[in-house]
Structures are given as structure tokens and as C-alpha cells.
Design a protein around this ligand. Sequence first.
Ligand code: NDP
Length: 263
Amino acid sequence: MDLGFQDRTVVVTGGSSGIGLAAVRLLLAEGARVAFCARGAERLRAVSDDLTREFGADRVLSQAVDVLDASAVDGFAATVADTFGPVQALLTNAGQGRVSTFADTSDDDWRAELDLKYFSQINPIRAFKPALISSGQGAIVATNSLLAYQPEPHMVCTSSARAGIQSLLKSLSVELAPDIRVNSIVLGLVDSNQWQRRFDAREDPSQTRDDWYGALARRKSIPLGRLGRAEEAARALLFLASPAASYITGAHLEISGGLSRHV
Ligand code: NDP
């Protein structure tokens, strides 16, 4: 199936690692122009240099931006408009989860988590809305978590914030229609830098990567028996962002290896 990204412009937040980077690579392979951001300038530059060598400088644009800094995101949107013009799709993917129970989450932790989850959506969506509308077929796809529908007590504030994001996206799918479609993917456990960091901090340093990840999948009772790969999540992002999903808005697609327990 041709996803129709040839010569289209797509913006990816959190594009220097994990799922975002996998999406950037797939989009470039599909012929898109891709603008992506992340906070860490060094890793961003290294990734960008690799991609430029592989796909050409005229199709790759990267900028060090913290998505929580509204004026920096506005500056990024201005650079993208100057360089590439209208934007067909925005993937709001930047972020991370917070592991903490109600008992060990302070008020400041709650505020920081709500700030991250909400403004990592609000700032880019506000900044790129005009460019998405002017493309005539704009699409937003948010990376979210199954925790929105299946909360976990050990990730209490992340779960709560993620449910709120699904509500926000549903409202936006109505307010921004018919100009911009708004959808999300909800993830189970996907192998990325986040899980690599937890593996690096494992209790038993003699445990191999395969053993640690295998034990994690068994502990979580993932029906498909393993964590997802970043590219498997990215493929779902691309589908929802593409003209192939032209009649889909206000929806979410679960990529979890069957982890959800609800019908
Ligand atoms: P990674 O840590 O591999 O990638 C996260 C990316 O986001 C990096 O490029 C990081 O770069 C960037 N980023 C983080 N915070 C900001 C910020 N404030 N501003 C700009 N860029 C930022 O993790 P994943 O690929 O797993 O994460 C992608 C998304 O998927 C996240 O929103 C995460 O919460 C979500 N998710 C992942 C799950 C999983 O199992 N992997 C499960 C559920 C949801 P830098 O640090 O340099 O800014």
C-alpha cells in the first residue's frame, strides 16, 4: 500500500530516539521531508548527520527544542514553514513516563507530570495548526499509552494524565475537523531508550538483555510474549498520519501485543 508520503512534510517531536526516530526513518524511506526535534542537541546532531547522509540534506531538518517551551516550539514551526512550507502531519511523540505510586508522588511531581503530558501536546498542536490547515489534509497523531485506559497504581500520575490526553484529543478531533484529523496510538511496552535505561539500572548486572526483557514480558503477561519494537509502533503512527487513514479521526490504535484486558 502506498502511504502517500512522497514529497509531503511531516513533523516529529522527540525524533532523536526510540519510536520517534523509527518514525523519522520510515517517513524518509517513504519519500517524505521530515522535521524533528528533541532537547539533547548532541544526540540530535548525530542522528541528523546520519539521516542527512542517507536521505539527503534537502529532506531532513532538525532543531533542539524542548516541547514544553512554547516560544521555542513557535520558533521551530517558523523554521519548518520557511524551509518546507505547509505540513501534512504532526506526530506529537516527545515525552516519557513517571514511575510513582500515590504515596510517593509529591504535588510538584503531579504538576510536572501534568505539565509534560498536556503541554507536549498543546504547544506543538497550537504552533503547527496553521501549517497543517494550509496543507489541505492535515493530520495529528499523538503517541500515548494504554495506561490511559488501563491505569497502573505504580504509575499513578502518568496514567491519570494519559487519560486526560485522550479526552483532549477527542475534543480536538471535533474542533479541528474537517481540516485536521486527530488520532493517537496507545502503547503497551515498546523497546526504546526508556526501557534501555531501566535495563541499565537492573538489580542483577549479570542478567543479559534477552533474559531481562523476557522476564519483563512474562511478568506483564503480554500475550505475544515480548516487548514491541520501536518500528512496530512507528508503523502505526505512519498509517494514522497518512492519506490511507483519510476517514479516521478521533480514534486510537492499540499497539501492545494484546496487553489490554478490556473489550
Ligand atoms: P525514548 O526515550 O527512546 O525517546 C523519547 C524522545 O523524546 C527522545 O528523542 C527525547 O529526546 C525526546 N524528548 C523527551 N522529552 C522531550 C521534551 N520535553 N522536548 C522535546 N523532546 C523530548 O522513548 P520512547 O521512544 O519510548 O518514547 C516515545 C513516546 O512514547 C513518549 O511520549 C513516551 O512517553 C511514549 N510511550 C512509550 C512507551 C514505551 O514502552 N516505550 C509506553 C507508553 C508511552 P531528549 O531526551 O534529547 O529530549
